[in-house]
Ligand binder design. Structure first.
Ligand SMILES: NC(=O)c1ccc[n+]([C@@H]2O[C@H](COP(=O)([O-])OP(=O)(O)OC[C@H]3O[C@@H](n4cnc5c(N)ncnc54)[C@H](OP(=O)(O)O)[C@@H]3O)[C@@H](O)[C@H]2O)c1
Length: 242
């Protein structure tokens, strides 16, 4: 089977690595993120390597953009087998900083963004009789630490959401998988405003972060199971991470 897979946050890091890996393994990939030139370059790269890819500029905070991304999958490839809700930002810092703008941005991208993806893809999954939601959470939601409270809260809100969706989907139509990575070497630290926090996270990523390919392989594992097998949660962290 060659699945049709839409991926948000495909312009860098885990999303880009996932797109490249799944395309190499025969998936048709539908790439979404805001930086259109990077998406177009990635789609060109994938096609040059013999893969199948289309891209569309997508801001996950806009439900209409997600609808158009899913519509693109259906119009180009005739359906959508997997929706990877991976776009995310990390505006970390102590709660006492009262960064209301950063909190709202994280809720808009990390939580509302996933809801918008579900709203766009679920009707297609139900119509087809099958579909798979995969989302990228974080070990920040499993081991609660200072400075990451709101970020972790958005990730755990999505964990709750996907568990409810799983329980509402025991007719076998919809599979749900959450992937919780620890430190991965990506551009995620760029979204941290607080310079000290940004440098701290960057140096941990550089020192012992996993390559994004490791997370992509976990996503591929979940997707490639037979339809009656649902991988609920995967935690993947550097062996040396505390
Ligand atoms: N790196 C880690 O250590 C780590 C650990 C645990 C979990 N995660 C999670 O992994 C996911 C991927 O992050 P990453 O580490 O690969 O970082 P990244 O390289 O910064 O990638 C984040 C992606 O999200 C996209 N994005 C951000 N805001 C968006 C919006 N409003 N609409 C659409 N796309 C948006 C970015 O693309 P544009 O800027 O082009 O829109 C980019 O493609 C995130 O959910 C993150 O929370 C990462």
């Amino acid at each position: 089977m060659s699945p049709i897979v839409a991926i948000t946050g495909a312009s860098s890091g885990i999303g880009e690595a996932t797109a490249r890996l799944l395309a190499r393994r025969g998936a048709s990939v539908v790439l979404g993120a805001r930086r259109a030139e990077r998406l177009d370059r990635l789609a060109d790269d994938i096609r040059r390597d013999g893969g199948v890819a289309v891209a569309r500029a997508t801001d996950v905070t806009d439900p209409e953009d997600l609808q158009q991304l899913v519509d693109l999958a259906v119009s180009e490839f005739g359906g959508l087998d997997v929706f990877v809700g991976n776009a995310g930002i990390s505006k970390i810092g102590p709660i006492a900083d009262l960064d209301l703008a950063g909190w709202s941005e994280m809720i808009d991208v990390n939580l509302r963004g996933v809801l918008h993806g579900i709203a766009a893809a679920l009707p297609v999954f139900r119509r087809q009789g099958h579909g798979h939601f995969v989302t990228t959470l974080s070990t920040a939601g499993l081991k609660i630490v200072p400075n990451q409270g709101v970020y972790a809260a958005t990730k755990n809100a999505v964990r709750t959401l996907l568990e409810a969706l799983r329980q509402e989907s025991t007719d076998g139509v919809v599979r749900t998988t959450t992937i919780s990575p620890g430190f991965v070497r990506t551009e995620l630290a760029d979204s941290i405003e607080d310079l000290a926090q940004r440098e701290r996270i960057r140096s941990s990523m550089n020192e012992f972060g996993l390559p994004p390919d490791a997370v992509a392989a976990a996503i591929a594992f979940a997707i490639e199971q037979p339809r009656e097998v649902e991988i609920g949660e995967i935690t993947i962290r550097p062996t040396v991470q505390g």
